[in-house]
Write a protein that binds this ligand. Structure first.
Ligand code: SAM
Length: 262
């Protein structure tokens, strides 16, 4: 019997219906799949069966024997920390083709994994288990309390959908929080890199102090005179009372474009 290791964020799933639901939402039939943290193989059994080619990274070497039966010509396991590993193996293994990430991730690496997912071009979708509060932030739209810079930046790069809400009791051992399965699908907005970089920077600044207006956040963030900022806001149909949480991604993109022209 495997003893769950807290330091690796090990909370295992067993419910077959839930596992099938997650695999179904991932839409990976005959596609290349990367799983992070296969654990005891709960999702693995379905992913290996449905995928075209499968690769997993698992940090816990004591799971080698448990996962061995899933190994085949088209399914491989690497026992390394995904955050530290050299990803050239993955690139060669999948021969530059599109890859779909699936993972019941340990909560402490959710954010770095999401940023890695955004960074690696070959990764097209990610179906991941996250802490409920993080999931709420990921999907929230303007005028919702949990909407923040992270929501806006993520929704700039991906279409985000909440697929399944998962009660903590579905895990063994039971963690302190409930979870959500979130699916991210990359969007190609066809905008240049300079604009993307500026969009991220400006979004972080306008959301910096939640109680402050866009005007005040821009003025303290960029040290620009308020009268100049007002001109930009007016060009975008905004005023001195506009707050970041009321802005859609499209409005933030337009604001960035005008800001860059000023
Ligand atoms: N997928 C299994 C399931 O659904 O039952 C296990 C999920 S458990 C929440 C997270 C898994 O990720 C564990 O097996 C843990 O050892 C592994 N893990 C933790 N940190 C990791 C890392 N940095 N790289 C790769 N695997 C990691």
């Amino acid at each position: 019997m495997h003893q769950a290791k807290k330091k690796y964020g090990q909370n295992f799933l067993r419910d077959t219906n839930l596992l099938k639901k997650i695999v179904n939402q991932a839409q990976i039939k005959d596609k290349n799949v990367l799983e992070i943290g296969p654990g005891l193989g709960a999702l693995t059994q379905f992913l290996v069966h449905d995928s075209k080619k499968y690769l997993a990274y698992e940090i816990d070497t004591s799971l080698m024997d448990t996962l061995k039966p899933f190994e085949s010509d088209t399914s491989r396991f690497i026992f390394e920390d995904f955050m530290e590993t050299d990803l050239s193996f993955m690139e060669n293994y999948f021969k530059g083709e599109d890859i779909h990430l699936v993972g019941n991730l340990p909560y402490y690496i959710t954010t770095p994994i999401i940023f890695k997912f955004l960074e690696i071009k070959a990764l097209k979708t990610a179906t991941i288990m996250v802490q409920k509060e993080v999931g709420d932030r990921m999907v929230s739209k303007q005028n919702v309390k949990s909407y923040n810079a992270f929501s806006a930046i993520l929704q700039y790069f991906t279409k985000v959908t909440l697929e399944v809400s998962v009660n903590r009791k579905m895990f063994h051992p039971v963690p302190n929080v409930d979870s959500s399965v979130i699916r991210l699908e990359k969007i190609d907005r066809n905008l240049d890199e300079e604009l993307e970089k500026k969009f991220i920077e400006l979004t972080k600044i306008v959301f910096q102090h939640k109680r402050k207006t866009v005007l005040n956040n821009l003025s303290t963030g960029y040290l620009v005179d308020k009268s100049e900022i007002m001109k930009v806001l007016h060009q975008n149909g905004m005023d001195e009372f506009t707050r970041a949480e009321s802005l859609t991604i499209e409005q933030l993109i337009e604001l960035t474009k005008t800001w860059m022209r000023k």
